[in-house]
Design a protein around this ligand. Structure first.
Ligand code: GLY
Length: 352
């Protein structure tokens, strides 16, 4: 049986072990199976990491800030892969777009700066003044105005994980991993793809750090149609509607060493800001609060591709963008395994 070197050797019918059954690992597995490779996915608790908390905004534009404009290019490339992936999985893509809104005049000025950057980068941006906003989204009664990003999409990550697990069937092994004990290539596999989110095994553990995010879920009788990304007195908050009236409200961002836990302060902050934008949330029914770690990297870029260990690839470090970047990551991983190509900005062997 052929094996995969870190330099990349052409191979077909590979046997690939994917560690981690979050949205990134499962999407890599689905892409490899689609290309005719044999895949097993190892995870003691599939779909229980960052994918479980994620809101599912496919917002390359809405997530672009000054100093992080390279995300727009890769984010757009990955967003273009999402409609085909969603169709294969039978999951719904929300296409209403994103509203960037400011609560007061200062917030609107700041939002306007982001909109200006996006326009300069060629992104379609539609200004929406206070009156137009009241017509478009009456539930945003108090916002000063904003901008519509018509091309942004959204998806429910929990539905995606369920659909991927169903599609992969017996390929899933509910067990953990030990790269020292189960080296790659091994007797029964040619390559290992490490996609374990914010908890990478040795020797990669130091490449990512946990960045805690808390999110809330409520059910509303007055949901917005669009994904809403707001600034409220300088603080960012987003509200992502699902077809059944569920709203995901997020998210806190906190560097920390301890296990991620929901805090009273986090819940208070998110509810306070979301209710300021959407007063109707007062009538929403409570569903849950969740905390998970995002996998942050030193240079805020993912780690996707070969490592210094032969046959071991990383598909990790996606920070705030794991759901958006999953299909592009899967393509890069499969391309590398088949033909040795490397996407250099995400090469895990770089030294930021
Ligand atoms: N992608 C949104 C977040 O990480 O909060």
């Amino acid at each position: 049986m052929s094996s995969v070197q870190s330099t990349g050797v052409r191979a077909s019918g590979l046997r690939v072990r994917v560690l981690g059954a979050g949205i990134v690992g499962l999407t890599c597995a689905e892409e490899l199976v689609r290309r005719g490779h044999r895949v097993s996915v190892w995870d003691p608790a599939p779909g229980s990491g960052a994918s479980y908390a994620a809101a599912g905004m496919l917002c390359p534009a809405g997530e672009t800030w000054h100093g992080e404009t390279d995300l727009l290019e890769t984010g757009r490339a990955s967003a273009r892969l999402w409609p085909a992936l969603a169709a294969r999985l039978g999951v719904r893509l929300d296409t209403a777009g994103t509203l960037l809104v400011g609560h007061d005049a200062g917030d609107l000025q700041e939002v306007g700066r982001q909109a200006g950057l996006l326009e300069a980068l060629g992104e379609p941006v539609e200004p929406v003044d206070r009156r137009a906003l009241a017509r478009t989204e009456p539930c945003l009664g108090r916002a000063a105005g904003g901008f519509r990003l018509p091309e942004d999409l959204a998806v429910d990550p929990r539905s995606v994980v369920r659909a991927l697990l169903a599609r992969l069937g017996d390929a899933l092994c509910r067990r953990g991993w030990d790269l020292a004990r189960d080296p790659a290539p091994g007797p029964d596999h040619d390559a290992v793809v490490v996609a374990t989110g914010a908890r990478l095994p040795a020797p990669f553990a130091g490449l990512v750090r946990g960045v805690r995010g808390e999110v809330l879920r409520v059910r509303s009788d007055d949901p917005p149609r669009h994904v809403v990304r707001g600034l409220v007195r300088g603080r960012p908050v987003y509200v992502v509607p699902r077809a059944d009236g569920e709203l995901v409200v997020g998210a806190t961002v906190e560097e920390h060493d301890a296990a991620p836990e929901v805090t009273a302060g986090g819940v208070h902050r998110l509810l306070d800001d979301a209710r300021t934008l959407l007063p109707g949330l007062d009538r929403a029914t409570w569903l849950e609060a969740t905390a998970r770690d995002r996998p942050g990297t030193r240079d805020n870029r993912p780690l996707v591709g070969p490592t210094h260990l032969p046959g071991v690839l990383l598909a990790a470090g996606h920070s705030r963008h794991g759901v958006l970047l999953a299909p592009l990551t899967a393509r890069l991983v499969a391309d590398h395994l088949e033909s040795g190509t490397v996407h250099h900005p995400w090469d895990p062997r770089r030294n930021p």
